[in-house]
Design a protein around this ligand. Sequence first.
Ligand SMILES: Cc1cc2nc3c(=O)[nH]c(=O)nc-3n(C[C@H](O)[C@H](O)[C@H](O)COP(=O)(O)OP(=O)(O)OC[C@H]3O[C@@H](n4cnc5c(N)ncnc54)[C@H](O)[C@@H]3O)c2cc1C
Length: 484
Amino acid sequence: MISGSLRRRCQDVVGPDGVIADPLRLRTYECDGLTGYRVVPALVVLPRTTEEVAAVVRACAAEGVPFVARGAGTGLSGGALPHAEGVLIVLQRMRRILEIDPVNQRAVLEPGVTNLEISRAVAGLDLYYAPDPSSQVVCTIGGNVAENSGGAHCLKYGFTTNHVVALETVMPDGEIVQLGAPHADPIGYDLRGVFVGSEGTLGIATKVMVRLLRKPQAVRTLVADFTSPHDAGDAVSAIIAEGIVPAAVEMLDQLAIAACEDATNAGYSRDAGAALVVELDGSDAEVEAEFDVVLRLCEDTGATKIRIAGSPEERALIWKGRKAAFAAMGRLSPDYFVQDGVIPRVKLGEVLARIATMAENDGLRVANVFHAGDGNLHPLVLYDDGVGGQAERAERLATAIVELCVEVGGSITGEHGVGTDKACSMPKMFTEDDLAVMLRVRTAFDPQGISNPGKVFPTPRLCGERPGPYKPHPLETAGVVERL
Ligand SMILES: Cc1cc2nc3c(=O)[nH]c(=O)nc-3n(C[C@H](O)[C@H](O)[C@H](O)COP(=O)(O)OP(=O)(O)OC[C@H]3O[C@@H](n4cnc5c(N)ncnc54)[C@H](O)[C@@H]3O)c2cc1C
């Protein structure tokens, strides 16, 4: 329970309208995009400035109370899952773009600025911010930093960590610290690099300085249809083997195509076994030359149809279809798990075939839509929670898929983070010694262990008695009681 004094201190800092303690309103924050896990926080606080964040964190630290940072809550690994006896610090009121420096190609942002807003704000200067998660309309730069988020264009340009040059952070004791520097290669330990991807366990980012890129002179996009994901995988390997690094190479299988078409009418061929979206960017001459090679390689590897975007509008429509994929799954199935794993690119065909067999054996459907260029799979395990046993089978299958990724030499997550969901899988990738070193880094930042506890690192509670997907109590379903 939160003490009355902590609640009053928070209220003194952010004012009455910045504190939520009403049990019904608290439920708004009970989960992130991984809705299978739900915990109602003891208190929600909505600060407006770095100083307010620091004061709230100091108040928590003084009483040893856990706190969890939250951006837009679109995370898919339960990273922003609240602590039942802790404070949820929601950064959405901190959404100002503080500075744009077109000469040095830098922008300074508050953590609640959405990813897409950055590119929109600098579009008139012929600049943009490269990492583009499909959730970019709503997800925040603070969440992107914490998750080291990726996106379709990270194959060529790298993940968030390659585009964040400096951070202002509130440490878990409330101290305000600058990490990194505006210029390249600052001396000393790369603590900025340690913070990016730390999933809220090392403190809270309150300002983010990002690198902006010049918009490329030319962009060309195509959609190539194939009879199977295996053939599409061969095309990806052939393109990369040719020495071409496309801005993006995305794959959708037949189920994913059906869902995207139902949702957006983006013009993908419903009868294709798989579709590849390939985008090249750069100078006019480079793009022109490489585009011809990509066309030839798609044809050589069995493309049955190739559609070339003829206008910026058509290109935008193709991306609209691809980026709607997760949300569009609701059209195919009442429930689904979004999985996120990485495999060596050369294993694409083999792994997709094994996932299909595993799904068939379990009597479940799996749709695949993913960043094929860097082997970052997103199998979507479809199930109906209303059918007894399906949720459990789907969860087992989702876990087995991620274990398969590790078995073939990949990783348990590509971009969605470890969070609550994959803490148990960490020992599959790391030895006890590896984890002990990581924990020592965490403890150096957060000796009390109050910044987003229970995430990333496996704990006996998580691994021994895993809470599992949320199930309403029969009394809740019957409307007799309400869960607070
Ligand atoms: C439809 C859909 C598509 C998606 N597509 C992609 C994709 O293409 N690529 C990708 O990488 N991800 C994707 N995601 C996942 C998600 O959008 C990203 O992880 C995103 O970065 C989360 O941002 P958020 O603001 O919603 O953070 P939240 O979900 O609120 O928080 C995520 C984590 O960051 C921490 N955090 C939040 N703000 C701060 C801060 N200021 N300081 C410190 N820690 C903080 C939280 O404690 C939590 O651990 C997708 C999600 C959805 C729902």
